[in-house]
Structures are given as C-alpha cells and as structure tokens.
Design a protein around this ligand. Structure first.
Ligand code: IPM
Ligand code: MG
Length: 359
C-alpha cells in the first residue's frame, strides 16, 4: 500500500513539530508494511513570503490529490498587519472549506502521568477523556454579510454573521452521535439557544436527528456555552462527546486543552470530505520557534489520528498512543508540561524517544 501525504508545515514551530510527525510516520510505515510518500508545500506566512498569498492553487491541488494532509500551524506577528483577506490564517480556513472538512474532532484525553502538569487539581482532571466535535466550515467564521464598513459620520461598523442551515447541523450531529457510539454513548450539544436564533435552530435540529435518526442508544443533553465553559473545569469527567458550533468549538477546545496539561498535547482531525486534514490544535508559538523547545506530542498524536481515520491503520495508531504514554511515564517532558522531578527535553529528543518506543 502506498499513501500520498501532503505536508504543510507552515510557520513558527510548525516545521519542527511536523518534522517529528513525518519521521514518526515513516518509522511506523516500515513496521506495519506500508509506504508513505511526502509532498511538502508552503502555506500561511511562508507562502505569503514566497508567493504573496497564503494559499496558492498548486497547494490546494496537491491537498486534493493526496490521501491525507498533515499541517503544522500558521500565522505570526510578522504578518499581523496584513489585510484580513491575505492573512496566513486564511489559508487554513480556505483549505478546510475547499476540502469540505465540516467535522473537526479534537480528542481531549489526559495521560495520567500529566495529571499534576495541569493548572487544575489532580482530582478534577484525572480520568478526563472527552471528544470535542467542532463544526468547521460554517457559522460565524464564514457567514455573510461580514466586513468593516465606513459610516457617514466617519466611524466604522464591523459585522460577522452566525449562520447555520438544517443540513449543516444534521451532518455534524450525526458525526457526534456516531462517535459517541464508539465511546461512552453520551452527547452534550453546546449552544446559546437562550439568546441566539441560529443556535436555537441548532438545538432543534440536533434533538430531531437524535430522535428520528435512530440514536436512542445514545444519551443526549443540551448545555449553554457559558455553563459549558464552567462545567469543563468544574467536572470534565461528565463529558463524553461534545458537539458544537465553529466558534464555540474553537474556544472550548483551547479551554479543554488545559485539562490535558498543555495545548501542546492536543491533536485534531478534520473530516467530512474525500481527503482528511490533520493538525495539532496549538498555534505557531513564535516566541519559542526554532529553539527546539516545542512539544511535538500534539503532532505525534495527530499522526495517530491520521492513521486511524484516513489510512486505516488503527493498530499503528494505538502503538503511537502507547509509545507517548510510555515516554511520559518515564518522566520525559518538554517545557510546556514540565513538572517537579521530570527530565526536561527538547522537541527533537521527545520525537526520537517516541520513535524508539515504537521500535
Ligand atoms: C484553531 C485555530 C484556527 C481557528 C485559527 C488559526 C484560524 O485557532 O484551529 O483552533 O480559529 O479555527
Ligand atoms: Mg483555536
């Protein structure tokens, strides 16, 4: 078997964490007897510097022709003053939209060795194992009208629009219910139905899909997003699968990351189209870029998601997750998850130690 992987490292710490990801994937491929072919491309700020725009047609074509896309991160202070339409982050949004990746899975699982790395109490976070299913191609990120216009009195007016249609809600709800069936059969749908009409529709459609879609074996409850933000740090173990809108999912998944010790631990899979895209949830961390300080484990775990969801190599994925657990149990930590008595190591060494565990 031969898989073509499009690799877009992006900016900041993107290239260093992605390098550990591809090295790992190559190692695993040998072990499980399949072949991977990489095609690298520039996206985000790196593409702006080379081509004047964050995403070129040839990169999009490369992504569409691959079996899966591995992404690093995009953006940085260097490009912050550019117009919104050509900012590095646009490349990410365009890739998600062009590839039809409406479902973003962000598993939030605490490795028990990291229970004391979290800023939250051990007894609160221990046992956390939830999945955020974030809608990724709709909502306020893409809704029209949007933009900033000048008013006659010289002031300005900024607009974004939260929009959801029935089919958009139905398909993400199904992804959530199906995922719950492979886990602990519980879905919490998160909205702001007490104020926002678009999410009142969200709640109505999710309830209908649950009832009419034959999901009687899955428990469904609804939670307002403000309460959810609180419940996540009060009692995270109450959650199994959470389904939510694009923006609420963006915010809640960063919050949930802290349950695992660090956002440097959180992987993600963006699915729904022909090609899946895989990216660590963290950003470009310009302050530590190029210093061999980044945590590559989010990318390592992202590779595991790629193996499971796009390459049909579930065993290899399990092996990676076990290897990460073993390395953490031995006390090795990057700076973001360091703890008393741990062995502090850099990005490269963390990647190498995981590979060695794989064999
Ligand atoms: C994420 C990021 C992106 C988002 C940014 C970089 C556009 O925060 O993947 O969570 O908001 O979706
Ligand atoms: Mg985010």
């Amino acid at each position: 078997m031969n898989f073509k992987i499009a690799v877009f490292p992006g900016d900041g710490i993107g290239p260093e964490v992605v390098r550990e990801g591809t090295e790992l994937l190559s190692r695993v491929a040998k072990l499980y007897d399949f072949n991977v072919e990489y095609e690298q491309g520039l996206v985000g700020g790196a593409s702006i510097d080379a081509h004047g725009k964050p995403l070129t047609d040839s990169i999009l074509k490369l992504a569409k022709q691959s079996d899966a896309v591995l992404l690093g991160a995009m953006g940085g202070p260097k490009w912050d003053s550019l117009d919104y339409s050509i900012r590095p982050e646009r490349a990410l949004l365009a890739l998600r939209q062009e590839l039809g990746l409406f479902a973003n899975l962000r598993p939030v699982k605490l490795f028990s060795a990291l229970a004391s790395a979290s800023t939250l109490k051990r007894e609160v976070v221990e046992g956390t194992d939830l999945l955020v299913v974030r809608e990724l191609t709709g909502g306020i990120y893409f809704g029209q009208p949007k933009g900033v216009t000048k008013l006659p009195d010289g002031t300005e007016r900024g607009v974004n629009t939260e929009v959801y249609t029935t089919p958009e809600i139905e398909r993400i709800a199904k992804v959530g219910f199906d995922a719950a069936r492979r886990r602990r059969n519980k879905v919490t749908s998160v909205d702001k139905a007490n104020v926002l009409e678009a999410t009142e529709l969200w709640r109505k459609v999710v309830t209908r899909v649950h009832k009419d879609g034959g999901y009687g074996d899955v428990a469904l409850d609804h939670m307002l997003v403000d309460n959810c933000a609180m419940q996540l740090i009060r009692d995270p173990k109450q959650f199994d699968v959470m389904i939510t809108t694009n923006m609420f999912g963006d915010i809640l998944s960063d919050e949930a990351a802290m349950l695992t010790g660090s956002i440097g631990m959180l992987p993600s899979a963006s699915l729904g189209g022909k090609v899946g895209m895989y990216e660590p949830v963290h950003g470009t961390a310009p302050d530590i870029a190029g210093k061999d300080m980044a945590n590559p484990l989010a990318t390592v775990l992202t590779v595991a998601l790629m193996l499971r969801h796009s390459l049909d190599q579930g065993k290899a994925a399990d092996r990676i997750e076990k290897a990460v657990e073993d390395v953490l149990n031995e006390g090795y930590r990057t700076a973001d998850i360091k703890d008393r008595g741990c062995k502090l190591i850099g990005c490269k060494e963390m990647g190498k130690r995981v590979r060695e565990k794989i064999g």
